[in-house]
Design a protein around this ligand. Structure first.
Ligand SMILES: Cc1cc2nc3c(=O)[nH]c(=O)nc-3n(C[C@H](O)[C@H](O)[C@H](O)COP(=O)(O)OP(=O)(O)OC[C@H]3O[C@@H](n4cnc5c(N)ncnc54)[C@H](O)[C@@H]3O)c2cc1C
Length: 348
């Protein structure tokens, strides 16, 4: 019998679950998708392997160093050698900030999802299991699937979804009205930006080598926010002689083009990239479009984890996820651990 049900199996959930497990608690994770990793996910298609969400994980941070370099050390881990350069709204490229480029950027030979898969190996995870609602049992919680079945009854729940999804799940749940009101008021302050991410692929080299592996928009006034050349990222990321670009579109541009079909998005994005790189690109062999309605939390709407737990912990309800510390994978790992320690402090 699980003592803590962790809802979600993204990086913050997995980091939290390991802390709880290490401290002797029985945990079980419930993940909506068939795979673990959440927004740090990997796709495989036509011989290519690429990450439509998070692109790399920053090192030089306690949580990512401890987990990537030590506990889950793997020969799959790859330091991205080339730097990130910048571009502005006029398509002008510039060398990136040397201080930023000095911070290690980690990826994995077969995609970033590798980390979540390594972390999930020692944990019980129910994949393909979407939790639709909770019911408070005074004390404890009953979890229901989308089919209305009881999935678990546990003393404590750790919700690791983006805050707007956590708020929606709770509003469909039965919990004391005052608790519901206070949680909705706090979670309702969180705002996430949408993002369209495209993978454009060619079974040939369409660009010459570059001194950078990726470009980031510096003035936030370009339709593209991020452009990565996977074949420049590291060995084995792309079959020899092939090309794959990851293009992330800016929030406003993503909103305005959300309902465009994949073909139209592929054409428009290829034209934007051709203009940015000053080189006409052929139509890609394939284009994979990922729509992220809740891609990244807006920095000014981050939530206070401790204040939320002051309200929810007496009910055995805990939270984690990037809504609390910011939309970066290393921060999601860190807040997962932090949240687990807050749960343990309350548990004792
Ligand atoms: C396009 C994009 C690019 C990014 N690039 C970078 C980058 O380069 N570097 C970086 O550091 N960060 C990057 N990030 C941010 C980083 O991916 C996230 O901050 C981090 O992965 C968030 O982890 P999390 O565990 O908080 O949430 P998530 O990864 O979202 O995990 C939540 C999990 O809950 C599951 N779930 C949702 N609802 C339910 C339910 N009802 N029942 C069960 N399970 C449910 C979801 O399927 C998901 O697996 C990027 C994000 C995006 C979208």
């Amino acid at each position: 019998m699980a003592e803590v049900a962790v809802i979600g199996a993204g990086l913050s959930a997995l980091a939290a679950a390991h802390v709880l497990h290490d401290h002797g608690l029985q945990v079980r994770l419930y993940e909506r998708e068939e795979n673990v990793g959440g927004r740090a996910t990997t796709r495989r298609r036509a011989g290519f392997c690429f990450d439509p969400g998070a692109q790399y994980i920053h090192g030089n941070a306690p949580a990512s160093d401890a987990l990537l370099l030590r506990r889950f050390a793997s020969p799959e881990l790859l330091a991205i050698a080339k730097p990130v350069w910048t571009f502005d709204s006029q398509d002008r490229l510039q060398e990136g900030d040397p201080r930023q480029n000095a911070i290690p950027r980690w990826t994995y030979r077969h995609g970033l999802q590798t980390l979540a898969e390594l972390m999930a190996r020692e944990l019980p995870v129910a994949t393909g299991c979407e939790i639709a609602r909770l019911s408070y049992l005074q004390p404890g919680w009953r979890l229901f699937s989308t089919a209305g079945q009881v999935v678990a009854e546990v003393p404590a729940v750790l919700l690791t979804l983006p805050a707007p999804q956590a708020a929606a799940l709770l509003s469909a749940s039965e919990l004391p009205p005052t608790l519901q009101q206070r949680l909705q008021a706090e979670l309702g302050r969180s705002r996430y930006r949408p993002l369209l991410s495209l993978a454009l692929a060619w079974p040939e080299r369409v660009l010459p080598p570059t001194p950078y592996y990726a470009l980031v928009n510096s003035d936030k006034a370009h339709p593209i926010s991020w452009l990565a050349r996977e074949e420049e990222k590291g060995p084995a990321r792309v079959p020899p002689g092939w090309s794959l670009l990851i293009v992330q579109l800016a929030p406003d541009y993503s909103r305005a083009h959300w309902s465009w079909d994949d073909q139209a998005l592929a054409e428009a994005t290829t034209a934007l990239v051709s203009r940015l790189l000053g080189r006409p690109l052929p139509a890609p062999d394939f284009c994979d479009v990922q729509r992220w309605p809740l891609a990244l939390p807006e920095g000014e709407t981050l939530l206070d984890l401790q204040a939320l737990h002051a309200v929810s912990a007496p009910y055995g309800l805990f939270f984690s996820g990037d809504a609390f510390r910011g939309g970066r994978a290393h921060l999601a790992l860190a807040v997962g651990q932090e949240s687990a320690f807050q749960l343990l402090a309350h548990w004792r």
